[in-house]
Ligand binder design. Structure first.
Ligand code: ADP
Ligand code: MG
Length: 261
């Protein structure tokens, strides 16, 4: 698959709905979702618990098939998980019997990439997440934030077209969380990646996203979207944080109003 130009559509979610069949009654998790993910954007998804954010991510990842509608990547239907879409979950699913390095190199190794290249890829992405000194540690020796950095490096090592993250920093303490936000922003910028990230933290969405979509529940729908540029104010700033001004506060209020309705 070729690299798109910035702004080109990579993922096209067309009229997607998903209903879970359960023993008691069917649950329509999402309905009528139309969404285009564009190359180079940092798309954040906000919404109350249960509004179908994870369901949507799993459909885009290829873990779930929509009940209705279709989901395309670069014009082709998504039929299953694929390393072109790297996924990072809230609790990192690392292989505990493998070292940090082996975890990061797992994807390239599975894809049959030559040994020397694998080593280089490993080094590169371990450096990007600042874990090169921990390469030989077992993952159980790491803190939560470090584990999440391994998970991120492991996804990045496949050089996916799109990175899908489901509340990746949700389980981390506040300080680690802010550091992870800075890290992911810098990686996004340096590698010109395309990111789809679910969060329930409005400030996280506003300070990272170039676009934020807000969902409502029962059933999950997209209510509103915002194009943003706050994330750029953090890049190159002394403290690495976004400038919070009137516009930021206005949008934050608006999203709070939508979500609390
Ligand atoms: P979110 O990630 O926004 O919290 P989810 O996508 O996890 O929302 O869930 C959306 C709705 O679908 C919720 O009502 C949830 O209870 C339901 N749901 C999620 N997964 C399943 C499942 N495997 N079986 C039945 N219902 C599910
Ligand atoms: Mg969820």
């Amino acid at each position: 698959m070729g690299k798109e130009k910035n702004g080109e559509i990579i993922i096209d979610v067309q009229n997607v709905g998903l209903t879970y069949e359960t023993n008691s009654r069917p649950i329509t998790a999402i309905e009528n979702i139309n969404l285009q993910i564009k190359n180079g954007e940092f798309l954040c998804v906000l919404g109350p618990s249960g509004c179908g954010k994870s369901t949507l991510l799993k459909i885009i990842a290829g873990y779930l098939k929509p009940t209705i509608g279709s989901c395309l990547m670069q014009g082709e239907p998504i039929i299953g998980p694929d390393w072109h879409r790297g996924v990072v979950f809230q609790s990192p699913t690392l292989y505990p019997w493998m070292s940090v390095r082996k975890n990061v190199e797992y994807g390239p190794r599975m894809r049959g990439i030559p040994k020397n290249d694998i080593k280089q890829i490993g080094n590169h992405f371990l450096q990007q997440v600042d874990l090169i000194d921990y390469s030989d540690k077992a993952t159980f020796e790491l803190s939560g934030g470090m584990k999440q950095r391994v998970a991120l490096a492991r996804a990045l090592a496949n050089e996916p077209e799109v990175i899908l993250m489901d509340e990746p920093f949700g389980a981390l303490d506040a300080l680690t969380r802010v550091n992870m936000q800075t890290l992911i922003r810098n990686i996004w910028q340096k590698t010109n990646s395309t990111i789809f990230m679910i969060t329930h933290d409005i400030d996280e969405a506003l300070s990272l996203g170039t676009r934020v979509i807000v969902m409502s529940k029962n059933p999950g729908k997209i209510l509103k979207e915002f194009s943003l540029s706050f994330t750029y104010s953090a890049i190159g700033s002394k403290n690495g944080r976004v400038k919070v001004g009137e516009e930021y506060m206005r949008i934050k209020e608006e999203i709070l109003d939508i979500i609390s309705q």
